[in-house]
Design a protein around this ligand. Structure first.
Ligand code: HC1
Ligand code: SF4
Length: 571
C-alpha cells in the first residue's frame, strides 16, 4: 500500500493506483473529459492535471500513479488557471453552437466551461470546413470533435472493430475513418458505442425526428409506433424518474399525446420471434445433420452485419428469423392493415429503439416485404424520442398510464428480457423446452446465462433430446474471439446469442448518455425484475400470439410466416 496526501487528506491506496482513482477513493473529484477507466487513460484533454509538491510541471492524474509520501493539490490556483487555459484551447477548436447541438445540456465540455466560469472571450481559431456525412445512422461532426480518443479506444478495445483512427499530423491531427474510407464503406456495424461514449456532440445518431413530425401531421397517414424492450427502462432518465414510475404504459400516454394513432409493443414480436426461432432451433436440433452448427440468434443488426462482413462463411448459421423490429413492421402493414381495412401504403411505422444499428436494418432492401416501401418507415433512438417529447413539452411525471393498443400490444416476461444480455437465449430455451417436452420448465431454470459478463456458457438438459450447450456473448471483441475459437475448434455450442453492445440493448448505442457511466447492468436488472413480476413468462402463452397464429399465420414456419417473418440475410 502507498500513503500520500491529497488536498490535506491522508489517503492510502494499493500500489499502482492512479492519482485520479486515489482521489476518488477519498471522494475528491478531479474533472475529466477524455478519461474512461481502463479504456482511455491517456491524459489527452489535460483537464485532470494536478500539482505535485516538488515537481515543477503539472501532471495529468489519470495516467500517473501514486508514490509514497506524495503531496498533491487538485484545486490550487495554478491548477485552476491551467485548467481554464486548457478549456479555452479546447473551445478554440470547437464549433460552439450549443443551442443547435443535440448534446446541449448533456455535454462534458459545456458543463466544464460553465463550472470554470469561462465568461470572457475564448481563443479564436478558424474552424475547418469539412462537410458532414449524413448518409449513415452514425454521424460525425468534425468541428465538434475534441480529439479525446474515446471513440477510437471504444471501437478498438471494446468492439475490436478499429473503424476510427487518428488522421493527419500536428495541429491538423483529427479523428477519421481508417484506411481512407467513408463510414459507409468501412466495417462499422453502426452499434453506436462511439456515440454513447463521446463526451460532446462530435458523434451522434442520424436525426430522423423531422420525418416523424411530418407523418404525425399528415392526415392521410395512420401512424403506428412500436417500443423496444430496453427503451422502457431508460426513456425517462432525462426526467430523473425511476424506471418503476416511468413505465412503458406511461410512455404509451406520452406517445398518444404526441398524436400516434396506435401504440404497440415490440415485446409482442419478441414473443413471435421466440415462436419462429424456437421452432427453427427445434427443427435444426432434431435434424442435426442437415445444418451447420451452432445456430446464432439474428435479432441484433450490429452482430448480423459483423458476422456477414467478418465471418461470411457462417451466415447460414444465423437463424432465418427476422428481428422483432422487422417482424413488427411486416405484420403492421399486412395483418394489422387488413384488420383495420386500410391500404398498407397509408400505414407509417415508427420504431423506438435503444439502437443506432436498427436504422440500417430497417433500410435493408430485404426488409420491404409488404410493398416497395420499407416495412419500418423510421427508426428513432431513445434519445430522439425524448427530444421529441421535450419539443412537445410533454412531462411524463404528470401522466397516468395507458395500456398498449391491440392486437400487437401484448408481451410476456420472456419478451421484455430481450433487452438484456442472455434474455433472448433464456426466452428461447423456455419455449424450446415446451415445444420438445409439451410442458413448461421452471421459468428461472436457465438463469445461469443472465448478467452482463461478456461471454457466458452453460449446458442444459432437455428431456427426450439430451444436453444442449449454449453461449451468450455481448460486445464485438468477445464476438470476434468467439468466432475465432469456433473456427479453430476450441469451443463447441448448439445455440449462441450474440449482441453487439456490451450487456445487450440495455446498454445500446441509442440510449440516453450518462458520461462515463455504463448503464447496461442497472437497466438490465429492471428488465429481469419486470419478467419476474409478469403474469405470463412464456412466449408460447402470449394470448395475442396464439390469436395471430389461429387467425393469420396458422403455425410457426408456415408459408406465410416464412414470407413475412424470415429472411435469407442476403442484401
Ligand atoms: Fe433490442 Fe430486439 S432486444 S434487438 O436489443 O430482439 O434495439 O430492446 O427491440 O428487434 O424485441 C434493440 C431492445 C429490440 C429487436 C426486441
Ligand atoms: Fe442495437 Fe441492441 Fe445490437 Fe446494440 S445490442 S447494436 S442496441 S440491437
Amino acid at each position: 500500500m502507498v500513503t500520500l496526501t491529497i488536498d490535506n487528506r491522508t489517503v492510502t491506496v494499493p500500489e499502482g493506483t492512479t492519482i485520479l482513482e486515489a482521489a476518488r477513493t477519498a471522494r475528491i473529484e478531479i474533472p475529466t473529459m477524455c478519461y474512461l477507466k481502463e479504456i482511455n487513460e491517456i491524459g489527452a484533454c489535460r483537464l485532470c492535471i494536478v500539482e505535485v509538491e516538488g515537481q515543477e510541471r503539472l501532471i495529468p492524474s489519470c495516467n500517473n500513479v501514486v508514490a509514497e509520501g506524495m503531496v498533491i493539490h487538485t484545486h490550487s490556483p495554478r491548477v485552476r488557471e491551467a485548467r481554464r487555459v486548457n478549456l479555452r484551447l479546447l473551445l478554440s477548436q470547437h464549433e460552439i453552437r450549443c443551442t443547435k447541438c443535440t448534446r446541449s445540456g448533456n455535454c462534458r465540455l459545456q458543463q466544464l466551461a460553465n463550472d470554470y466560469n469561462l465568461l470572457g472571450e475564448h481563443y479564436i481559431k478558424d474552424l475547418r470546413n469539412i462537410p458532414t456525412d449524413f448518409s449513415n445512422p452514425v454521424v460525425r461532426i468534425e468541428n465538434r470533435c475534441v480529439r479525446c480518443m474515446r471513440c477510437v479506444q471504444i471501437c478498438d478495445k471494446v468492439q475490436g472493430m478499429h473503424v476510427w483512427d487518428l488522421m493527419g499530423t500536428g495541429s491538423h491531427t483529427t479523428i477519421g475513418v481508417g484506411k481512407y474510407r467513408t463510414l459507409g464503406e468501412s466495417d462499422c456495424t453502426f452499434c453506436g458505442q462511439c456515440v454513447v461514449h463521446c463526451p460532446v456532440g462530435g458523434l451522434q445518431e442520424h436525426d430522423d425526428t423531422g420525418k416523424v413530425f411530418d407523418a404525425l401531421a399528415d392526415p392521410n397517414k395512420i401512424t403506428v409506433v412500436q417500443m423496444a424492450p430496453a427503451v422502457r427502462v431508460a426513456w425517462a432518465e432525462y426526467y430523473h424518474l425511476t424506471p418503476e414510475f416511468a413505465s412503458a404504459e406511461r410512455m404509451v400516454t406520452a406517445l398518444k399525446q404526441m398524436g400516434f394513432d396506435y401504440v404497440f409493443d415490440t415485446n409482442f414480436t419478441a414473443d413471435l420471434t421466440i415462436m419462429e426461432e424456437g421452432s427453427e432451433f427445434v427443427d435444426r436440433f432434431t435434424h442435426r445433420e442437415r445444418y451447420t452448427w451452432p445456430m446464432f440468434t439474428s435479432c441484433c443488426p450490429g452482430w448480423v452485419r459483423f458476422l456477414k462482413g467478418q465471418f461470411p462463411d457462417y451466415t447460414d448459421n444465423l437463424s432465418t428469423a427476422k428481428s422483432p423490429q422487422q417482424m413488427f413492421g411486416a405484420l403492421a402493414k399486412s395483418y394489422f392493415a387488413e384488420k383495420i381495412g386500410v391500404d398498407p401504403k397509408r400505414i407509417f411505422v415508427v420504431s423506438i429503439m435503444p439502437c443506432t444499428a436498427k436504422k440500417s436494418e430497417a433500410a435493408l432492401p430485404t426488409m420491404r416485404t409488404v410493398s416497395d416501401d420499407p416495412d419500418v418507415d423510421v427508426v428513432l433512438t431513445t434519445r430522439e424520442i425524448v427530444r421529441m417529447f421535450r419539443g412537445e413539452q410533454i412531462n411524463p411525471a404528470t401522466m397516468e398510464e395507458t395500456p398498449f393498443d391491440s392486437p400487437l400490444g401484448t408481451g410476456t416476461g420472456a419478451a421484455v428480457i430481450f433487452g438484456a444480455s442472455g434474455g433472448v437465449m433464456d426466452a428461447a430455451l423456455r419455449s424450446a423446452y415446451y415445444l420438445v417436452t409439451g410442458s413448461n420448465p421452471d421459468p428461472d431454470a436457465f438463469s445461469a446465462i443472465r448478467g452482463v459478463k461478456g461471454w457466458k456458457e452453460a449446458t442444459f438438459t432437455i428431456p427426450k433430446e439430451g444436453d444442449l450447450s449454449v453461449a451468450v456473448v455481448s460486445g464485438l471483441s468477445n464476438a470476434r474471439q468467439l468466432m475465432t475459437d469456433l473456427e479453430e475448434g476450441r469451443v463447441h455450442y448448439d445455440f449462441v446469442e450474440v449482441m453487439a453492445c456490451p450487456g445487450g440493448c440495455a446498454g445500446g448505442g441509442g440510449q440516453p448518455i450518462h458520461d462515463g457511466t455504463e448503464m447496461a447492468e442497472a437497466r438490465g436488472n429492471v428488465l429481469w425484475n419486470i419478467d419476474k413480476k409478469s403474469p405470463v413468462r412464456f412466449s408460447h402463452e402470449n394470448p395475442e400470439i396464439q390469436t395471430l397464429y389461429r387467425e393469420y399465420l396458422r403455425a410457426p414456419l408456415s408459408g406465410r410466416s416464412h414470407h413475412l417473418l424470415h429472411t435469407d440475410h442476403e442484401g
